[in-house]
Design a protein around this ligand. Sequence first.
Ligand SMILES: Cc1cc2nc3c(=O)[nH]c(=O)nc-3n(C[C@H](O)[C@H](O)[C@H](O)COP(=O)(O)OP(=O)(O)OC[C@H]3O[C@@H](n4cnc5c(N)ncnc54)[C@H](O)[C@@H]3O)c2cc1C
Length: 300
Amino acid sequence: MLNIVKKTALDVGCEFYENEPMSNRTSFKTGGSAEMLVCPGNINALIAVLKVCRENNIRTFIIGNGSNILVSDNGLSGVVIMLSSNFSEIKLLDGETVYCQSGVSMTKLCRFALEHSLSGLEFAFGIPGTAGGAAYMNAGAYGGEMKDVLVKCEHIDENFNLSSFSGDDLKLGYRKSAYTDKDFIITSLTLKLKKSDYDCVKAKMDENMAKRRDKQPLEYPSAGSTFKRPEGYFAGALIQECGLKGFCIGGAQVSEKHAGFVINKNNACTDDILKLIKHIQDTVYKTKGVLLETEVKFFE
Ligand SMILES: Cc1cc2nc3c(=O)[nH]c(=O)nc-3n(C[C@H](O)[C@H](O)[C@H](O)COP(=O)(O)OP(=O)(O)OC[C@H]3O[C@@H](n4cnc5c(N)ncnc54)[C@H](O)[C@@H]3O)c2cc1C
């Protein structure tokens, strides 16, 4: 069945990989293989792949840089569509408005803002992943979030039409957006930034990056904060108070540096990570009465 996707990918000039280990494509460095992974280079190629999958009842999974997903050890049956380096146009629309395709990395987007002395994305410097993933998740840090700067997203809807959401229709909330419960694919973002001073923007970005290096276990594979912040609490503090810092299941560990991070300490598989997540949730619920919800998305 996947031969038909392969033919389409070749026809439209898409890079593709068969039996691609998802451990190579996720920041957790775990997960089995995807039957096929395609990296469309433009919207027409993306739509052609989506259509052929739909016509042949083949499941599709959309990923950016895989920095907030956990993939089953059994792999993914179907086609993973990866929108990253091939989908990476970025430009200034006017003095303070930036347009980028959804595959642009957040690092590149932040550096672009800095080069143009634009303020607004300082909070995001150091968040791994693509602009599309950040819009989907309403990524945030250090008091800022995508909601503060994102004014419009273009997407492909369930009928393969190119359309967009702007303003309130983006429904940006804590680690969620209008896209969270939809099968739409974000193709571009428009961000409204503010003219500022190069040195001020750079100083804030450097400060945020230094905080990350200081507090986060960046030397180990992870997906960042494993859990959402429960109202009125901090996930990391709750986990630490339950004595779980450093606790391991298989190769997965509650980071000793930051208890809010589950890390792949020693060749973990996804199952180790899932078991550890469940153990943390059960322990925190029993001890503190707080239900921890995962921020990380599970793909199976
Ligand atoms: C060390 C580390 C630190 C981190 N720090 C932070 C932080 O400070 N703040 C924060 O918010 N997050 C943080 N994260 C998590 C992660 O980087 C963000 O959630 C990021 O925005 C995910 O982007 P991505 O491109 O990797 O998305 P992926 O992980 O590939 O996908 C995440 C979700 O978005 C969907 N998606 C991705 N692209 C698209 C698209 N174009 N159209 C539709 N759906 C799409 C996927 O289907 C999936 O459901 C951190 C992760 C790591 C590893």
